[in-house]
Design a protein around this ligand. Structure first.
Ligand SMILES: [Fe+2]
Length: 141
């Protein structure tokens, strides 16, 4: 079984937007709390609680990003919003399945989250921030 450790925040996660970087950092903190919980062998109910904390904070954070992209006139806003929707759907499913008779393996949840955050921040979030840098005139719209 592959081992998934905590995500250590490093410069490779910074997209160069102070507010968004700070929000990503606190989401990673919640992610790490979940990894710790799993390693400590906490109950599924306790894991589900952290997962819903992650869902709540992600929702708020996605709102920040979506308003920002709309203000920028970023052409891939809708596409990006769909990625957010899929994420929320996926973790809600994990969450309800955790408390069912056929719970997902904790490693499965971590693996999904781990890859999602890396890919999402380093590719998709970086892309709208690069758009902003290339079109600074959009900022004041
Ligand atoms: Fe995003």
């Amino acid at each position: 079984m592959e081992r998934f450790d905590r995500i250590e925040w490093g410069p490779e996660f910074g997209i160069g937007n102070q507010k968004i970087d700070a929000e990503h950092k606190s989401l990673i903190t919640i992610h790490n709390k979940l990894v710790d919980f799993i390693q400590q062998g906490k109950t599924r109910k306790e894991m589900a609680e952290i997962l819903s904390e992650l869902a709540d904070h992600s929702l708020k954070h996605f709102q920040t990003e979506e308003q920002y992209m709309e203000k920028l006139g970023y052409p891939k806003t809708e596409e990006h919003k769909n990625l957010h929707k899929e994420f929320i759907y996926k973790i809600s499913m994990f969450n309800s399945n955790l408390l069912s008779d056929h719970p997902p393996k904790p490693e499965e949840i971590i693996r999904f989250l781990h890859y999602w955050w890396f890919e999402h921040i380093q590719q998709h979030d970086l892309e709208y921030e690069n758009f902003q840098k290339q079109h600074p005139e959009h900022q004041s719209r």
